[in-house]
Design a protein around this ligand. Structure first.
Ligand SMILES: C[S@@+](CC[C@H](N)C(=O)[O-])C[C@H]1O[C@@H](n2cnc3c(N)ncnc32)[C@H](O)[C@@H]1O
Length: 258
């Protein structure tokens, strides 16, 4: 079945992998938290182009990468021909055999339609005692970026855009995990200011990649001035002498299925 992620993101897998390759390297310590052991079965949910999937496989685990975007899965297969990847929605996937662990980096906040449905699918994919180890955007993530967006949209007389992300606080997400049949072993909520090294146009470039679909609803002649205004509004908080810095806030957790 061919499936395209319902998220309002229009992923450009090639741009994501080159300009925004930092998403995966900064997620590398998460693989240490997962601690995959040789022979274990691990599912990488929202695997993107498969960089972390390959990292997990390199530790000897059998990994399946799942992503909602065909473009991402095509890139993942092309880059890692020996690994297994499939297209699937985090809200609604099933697996034939149960897994020892589900891993997810920088993806759960995109599965915003129904976070409990995602947690239910993860639980059903795991064996009892299986681990759910993930990092996602947490409450306050990209607050300066998104507030610049909302103000710029409003100033241009546009309807406020519906932002596509789910950035929960630690208490809220811990409760969801516990109600969903998990014991929370570790939960951290922390700032991770992240250089937008390869975004010459700063916040505007970030909007183009991560909220590009919202620009489809903007009259073409307005897009340029709108994004220039986003940059002006975001610059005091996010532009340093060394370049632009995204105000990322992360939620990282390890939970165990009952
Ligand atoms: C920022 S990327 C992270 C990719 C990868 N985990 C990494 O660390 O490089 C987020 C990924 O989540 C995927 N995604 C978004 N919504 C999804 C959904 N509902 N189901 C499955 N994947 C989804 C996107 O297609 C994208 O590849």
């Amino acid at each position: 079945m061919r499936y395209e992620t319902p998220s309002p993101t229009r992923w450009n897998a090639r741009a994501y992998d080159s300009s925004f390759g930092y998403v995966s390297p900064v997620g590398a310590p998460l693989v240490d938290l997962l601690d995959p052991r040789p022979g274990e079965r691990v599912l990488d949910l929202g695997c993107g182009t498969g960089v972390m999937t390959a990292e997990i496989a390199a530790r000897g685990a059998h990994v399946l990468g799942i992503d909602g975007s065909h473009a991402m899965i095509e890139q993942a297969i092309a880059h890692h021909p020996g690994l297994d990847f499939t297209v699937g929605d985090g809200h609604d996937f099933t697996v034939a055999q149960s897994y020892d662990a589900v891993f997810s980096n920088a993806a759960l906040h995109w599965m915003s339609r129904d976070p409990d449905a995602v947690i239910d699918c993860v639980r059903e994919a795991l064996r009892p005692g299986g681990r759910f180890v993930a990092e996602m955007g947490g409450a306050g993530n990209c607050a300066a970026l998104t507030s610049a967006m909302l103000t710029a949209w409003r100033e241009h007389g546009l309807r406020e855009p519906e932002l596509p992300w789910y950035f929960p606080g630690p208490a809220e997400y811990a409760l969801r995990l516990e109600k969903g049949g998990f014991t929370v072993r570790l939960l951290e909520h922390f700032d991770r200011p992240t250089p937008l090294d390869e975004c010459p146009d700063g916040a505007a470039d970030w909007v183009r990649l991560f909220a590009g679909r919202l620009l489809d609803q903007v009259p073409p002649a307005t897009v340029g001035p709108l994004l220039r205004r986003v940059n002006e509004l975001a610059a005091p908080a996010l532009r340093r002498e060394s370049g632009w810095m995204a105000d990322y806030v992360r939620l990282r957790f390890a939970a165990e299925r009952h």
